[in-house]
Design a protein around this ligand. Structure first.
Ligand code: PEP
Ligand code: MG
Length: 565
């Protein structure tokens, strides 16, 4: 048995698919029979073409369009002229000829200084890698099309990998690197897929085709599980299923404490497809739509039309229930290749989220126009991420007003009173929350980032993960400031960080007066049950006790005692 840190509960049985970065060294040699080498190259290219054709055939909508364009590049004879010349004239081996031949085409596209052409350069680089993989007889894995019951084993699953993942066929995720609040772990929880991180040497221990069983609660991994182990896990799986079924009765209820204090219980989503789970779990709305997943799931910037369709879908599916769409929050651990962002020494403190949008107004406006247009089809609000000052809020609202004027001029319908709110995830915002609250309609506290910026601990850094804690009294004081700031201007304060669904934390948040709890859809029912067991007065007493504590350990101990009583 192997062990890591469980970050998404559940039991998974399946077959390993190991994702490994291939380290490829390209040797330069010369060949005696260039004709044979040309055939080798053409065979490899043909296989890449056939694989792509298969994807095109089974794709629909935007993906089909994108992959058809990609296929046309593969089929364009000018792509391979340089490679073929390097083999025929210079007698280079196919690998080296592909390297220099494709690189010259890539450089040509890159030098055009055009967003679209730069996108094509990346497509060609991708084709080059796939051709080289075929020449080396390496297996390439398409993570958006996996066999049934796949257990993904990876060094690190990046957030953009996760955005492309074929979730319906994944029954577990094992990675060497990753934190509880990394976006990959958050997505695994949203899709109810058991996940385990920090499994040292996982990609060396497990091989493609291995039979694996995992327990996402305990972090246990069983390679070729024995019959006894399998039965034990099946028993646990049954128990989990029964617990989930037991929660069904909370679907019809709204969310109230024992003493009838009502709070909003809403869901976090990454893509329109997540709405299915939101509805299934009877969330009262969407408190956070992480719109950046629309950008990450694409090879190019999604157009206004594509975004409009995505937001409209969510708006219509939720009817009159509120849906908060967060504007593009890229950067940090969320990378978008086609934006060509410079590597930074401290990406979490860098050019990201609202900072990037305010600096790239054209990109920002496309998104704001799409959200505004979709607001005619449901109950949408707009939320700006990573606000650190009132000037940023004012600037973002000014651009929103410009978009409204544009739409007025084009006679396009939208909700003229659309609400605008901000994420409170930077300590400076919590500290000036009284002022911010007078200029927006709601707050949502993002504890995932708020914790990292308060205690100066990067959210995914394992070495210092013990210091990353929501129980730190400084974090709790900032949460209180944000809630009180919102209430001083009579606006509501929600929380969409992972702490909002933490069983120990929920009573504290009720006591602090949080109005809205937003979480992964699979946590909705158990949180509704937990809130129903609480007495608001007792929670307020608990919060007052905790607010004078000075140590995280003491806070956690007290919250555990409260939960056990
Ligand atoms: C947060 O920071 O708490 C949050 C909800 O946003 P994200 O996790 O996407 O950074
Ligand atoms: Mg955040």
């Amino acid at each position: 048995m192997f062990k890591g840190k469980g970050v998404s509960v559940g039991i998974g049985f399946g077959t390993a698919v190991v994702l490994k970065e291939q380290e490829r060294k390209i040797e330069k040699t010369t060949v005696d029979e260039p004709e044979k080498e040309i055939i080798r190259f053409k065979d490899a290219l043909k296989q890449v073409e056939e694989d792509t054709q298969q994807i095109v055939d089974s794709a629909t909508g935007t993906e089909k369009e994108i992959m058809s364009a990609y296929l046309m590049i593969i089929q364009d004879p000018t792509l391979t002229v340089e490679t073929e010349n390097a083999i025929s004239n210079l007698k280079y081996n196919a690998e080296y000829a592909v390297d220099i031949g494709f690189n010259s085409v890539i450089q040509l596209f890159e030098s055009m200084d055009d967003e679209y052409m730069a996108g094509r350069a990346r497509d060609i680089a991708d084709i080059k890698n796939r051709v080289l993989a075929k020449l080396a007889n390496e297996e390439t894995i398409n993570i958006s099309k996996l066999p049934e019951n796949t257990i993904i084993v990876a060094t690190e699953l990046t957030t953009s990998d996760t955005a492309k993942l074929d979730f319906k066929n994944v029954s577990g995720i094992i990675s060497e690197i990753g934190g509880t609040n990394s976006h990959t772990s958050i997505m695994a929880r949203t899709h109810a897929i058991p996940a385990i991180t920090r499994v040292e040497d996982a990609t060396k221990i497990f091989r493609n085709g291995d039979k694996i069983a995992i327990n996402g609660s305990t972090g246990e991994i069983f390679l070729n599980p024995t019959q006894e182990e399998t039965e034990q896990l099946q028993k646990l799986q049954k128990q989990l299923k029964e617990e989930t079924e037991e929660l069904e009765k909370y679907k019809k209820l709204d969310t109230r404490t024992k003493d009838d204090y009502k709070v909003e219980l809403v869901a976090n989503i990454g893509t329109p497809a997540d709405i299915e789970s939101v509805i299934k779990n009877s969330a009262e709305g969407v408190g956070l739509f992480r719109s950046e997943f629309l950008y990450m799931d694409n090879e190019n910037m999604p157009t206004e039309e594509e975004q409009f369709e995505a937001y409209k879908k969510v708006a219509e599916a939720m009817g009159d229930k509120p849906v908060i769409i967060r504007t593009l929050d890229v950067g940090g651990d969320k990378e978008i290749k086609y934006l060509h962002l410079e590597k930074e020494a401290n990406p979490f403190l860098g050019y990201r989220a609202i900072r990037l949008c305010l600096d790239n107004i054209a990109i920002f406006k496309i998104q704001l126009r799409a959200i505004l247009r979709a607001s005619a089809f449901g109950n949408l609000s707009i939320m700006f991420p990573m606000i650190s000052s009132i000037e940023e809020l004012r600037e973002a609202k000014k651009i929103l007003e410009e978009c409204k004027k544009e739409l007025d001029g084009e006679n396009i319908n939208y909700n003229k009173n659309i609400k605008t709110g901000i994420m409170i995830e930077i300590p400076s915002a919590a500290l000036i929350s009284v002022g911010l609250a007078t200029e927006c309609d709601f707050f949502s506290i993002g504890t995932n980032d708020l914790i990292q910026y308060t205690v100066a601990v990067e959210r995914g850094n394992e070495k210092i993960s013990k210091l990353y804690t929501k129980y730190h009294p400084a974090v709790i004081k900032l949460v209180k400031l944000a809630i009180d700031g919102a209430h001083s201007a009579n606006i509501f304060c929600g929380m969409c960080g992972e702490a909002a669904s933490d069983e120990l934390y929920v009573p504290l948040l009720v006591g602090l007066g949080l109005d809205e709890f937003s979480m992964n859809p699979n946590s909705i029912l158990k949180t509704r049950k937990r809130i129903g067991e609480l007495d608001r007065k007792e929670c307020e007493k608990l919060a007052n006790e905790i607010l004078i504590m000075t140590s995280a350990e003491e806070v956690e101990k007290r919250l555990k005692e409260f939960a056990d009583k």
